[in-house]
Design a binder for this molecule. Structure first.
Ligand SMILES: [Cu+2]
Length: 625
């Protein structure tokens, strides 16, 4: 190991000790802290004991680590169960099997509402175990006690296919001893699947749930993922949905109310890739989009098509993963991890690759460039998706901005760089968890090339004659993917103000309750709406995420969004930048039930910038829910 111990200052250690005592005594709720006089009148944590994140957050520095000594890990592809549903014990049921240990509370709508078209017995079946595991994140740091799906961090990648419903049995085998943070109660969200509410991973649907006797000792939860195009049960029943609503790069993560930041920081997240006949993971397939990808089977890794989960983390003086329980502003790591490894390298061939990049949080925004470090040259690349959706056509871009939970698939052509070394460089200037610095007209302040954080190193081989059957966008400027779907007249326009009140994050003045049982507004099933989102919190940015269906951004701060913009697309996360008022078009089709909209800075989300909407037959007309 490079360095065993890296000393903190006496002040840092004292602050850390004061915090750890409160954590050990389980005195971290707002009410406990008020009773002890550790909160100010304005609700801020007192700084003199090192409790306030403002005093503490910038101070502790992780031990040094060497960059580009560890290879990029690529997550395994999750394998379906041979024998399907029959291989599960107990056999899966449409109604929740609480007596058999299931934590679900509502029946599977896919099989109740659409039972004439879909049968549980036909689902592709997976079983995954959420477990603690000892993992390496750097050759220069000790092993970490992380939480992962099947014990891997990030979790295994799911391959899903349109028209093939999936059933995932999530088993919760997490330990009660959390090593300082995290809670062994989970609700796994598929971000942003067109998923019925009971399988969405709604924040209040965690298990086991000690407050609900029926599931107080539940050990598993069956999630039903239809993998159907939105509108299959309403606006586009004859074609089984609208092909223009196809999704590609999704991810899953824990969403337990008030603990999402801790549980995902500990590792509970992974990729979920959706394929169809066009976006098929096979660059040789006739009639397909010919995006980079060579595959040997449905559940084998796709060569040249690589998911990259970007997360930033901080480690204590002993090199152990550090989560500041008293920070509600937003946590920034000083180590940059890709697929769970600090600053890894990847050996690539001089050909085209597809990278599916995800900002895995908890709070950092990225401005990513492809940099030749020797000359500090910016190398343009192609952006082909915005979040889970292919753009109408590929766009050649100099860089990429991502806020938490946003994704972008990019295509890099390494042909001209044989034998060279390139870097994925984050040049966003973000000194704290609030969001990037304000920079008029730009998403944030950008540091010069070569002075940012080198996140990932590409070592391009000098192999000649490497086969590449993927389409070259440079030589084929007329490549198109899907058209943007029709936009019917909205039934209602609603307005949401994202604000800070005292030390709490609120939407329209309301904080999401830990019970998750307040319905803030109701949406009529199979309707569309316009939402205006206002940032009333000065100096802060918020990645706004709405579950269930993608939206179209209509305007950003008054300016309409048109062709040529990477936001001229469907999306599921909207970057709400400093002082902005943005509007978006929403649809809610095919299923009913509860869903959240929330800030995806996971610290804001947990404290408690989130609202619940329920989709039902009537809906309400609240303009300011
Ligand atoms: Cu926020």
């Amino acid at each position: 190991m490079y360095l065993l111990k890296h000393r903190w200052s006496a002040l840092t250690r004292n602050a850390w000790r004061n915090r750890q005592e409160l954590v050990a005594a389980r005195l971290t709720t707002r009410r406990d802290l008020l009773k002890l006089g550790l909160l100010t009148g304005a609700g801020m944590l007192i700084g003199k004991h090192g409790l306030s994140s403002r005093v503490f957050a910038a101070d502790p520095v992780s031990p040094p680590t060497r960059a580009f000594v560890d290879p990029l890990p690529v997550m395994p592809v999750k394998q379906p169960l041979v024998g399907g549903a029959a291989a599960l014990v107990p056999y899966p049921t449409i109604a929740p099997n609480n007596a058999g240990g299931e934590g679900r509370t509502r029946p599977h709508q896919l099989y109740t509402t659409y039972g004439s078209r879909f049968r549980l017995a036909d689902a592709k079946v997976f079983e995954v175990r959420q477990q603690e595991a000892l993992k390496s994140v750097s050759s220069d740091l000790p092993l970490q006690r992380l939480w992962g799906f099947d014990g891997t961090v990030p979790g295994p990648t799911y391959h899903a296919y349109y028209g093939q419903p999936i059933l995932v049995r999530n088993r919760n085998e997490l330990p009660a001893d959390n090593g300082g943070f995290g809670i062994n109660q989970v609700s796994t969200h598929l971000h942003n699947g067109h998923t019925p509410s009971e399988s969405d991973g709604f924040p209040g649907d965690y298990f086991p749930n000690p407050q609900n006797p029926a599931i107080a000792s539940a050990s598993f939860y069956d999630h039903s993922y239809p993998n159907l195009l939105a509108g299959f049960g309403s606006t586009h029943t004859t074609q089984n949905g609208d092909i223009n609503e196809s999704l590609s790069t999704l991810w899953y993560h824990d969403h337990r109310v008030a603990f999402t930041a801790q549980n995902t920081y500990k590792g509970l997240a992974g990729f979920y890739l959706l394929f169809n006949q066009y976006d098929c993971g096979d660059e040789t397939r006739a009639g397909g989009f010919r995006l980079p990808g060579v595959r040997t089977g449905d559940y084998e890794p796709v060569k040249y098509d690589i998911p990259l989960m970007l997360t930033d983390r901080r480690f204590d003086e002993y090199g152990q993963l550090f989560f500041d329980l008293f920070n509600t502003d937003g946590i920034l790591g000083d180590k940059f991890l890709v697929n769970g490894m600090v600053q890894p390298y990847l050996e690539v061939e001089p050909r085209r690759y597809r990278f599916r990049i995800l900002d895995g949080g908890p709070s950092r925004f990225y401005h990513l460039f492809l940099t030749d470090q020797g000359s500090n040259t910016e190398i343009p690349f192609w952006q082909i998706t915005s979040d889970g959706n292919l753009l109408p056509k590929p766009l050649k871009v100099p860089s990429l901005v991502l806020s938490v939970a946003e994704r972008a698939d990019i295509v890099i052509d390494f042909r001209a760089f044989a034998g060279q070394t390139l870097y994925l460089e984050n040049r966003m200037f973000q000194p704290d968890g609030r969001g990037p610095y304000f920079n008029a007209g730009l998403p944030g302040a950008t540091v010069p090339a070569g002075q940012g954080d080198f996140v990932l190193q590409f070592r391009v081989s000098d192999n000649t004659g490497v086969r590449d059957d993927s389409v070259d966008f440079e030589a084929n400027p007329n490549v198109q993917f899907y058209a943007l779907p029709a936009r019917p007249l909205p039934r209602i326009t609603r307005t949401f103000h994202f604000e800070r009140e005292l030390d709490t994050w609120v939407v329209n003045g309301k904080a999401f309750p830990d019970s998750a049982d307040v319905v803030h507004f109701r949406i009529r099933k199979n309707s569309s709406e316009q939402w205006n989102i206002q940032n009333n919190s000065g100096g802060w940015m918020h990645p706004i995420h709405v579950h269930f269906e993608e939206f179209r951004m209509l305007t950003r701060n008054g300016a309409s969004i048109g062709p040529g913009s990477v936001e001229y697309s469907r999306k599921d996360v909207m970057r709400l930048q400093h002082g902005e008022l943005n509007s978006m078009f929403m649809r809610f089709r095919d299923f009913e039930g509860r869903y959240p909209l929330h800030c995806h800075n996971t610290l804001h989300e947990d404290h408690a910038m989130m609202m619940r909407f329920d989709i039902d037959a009537t809906g309400d007309l609240l303009k300011n829910p």
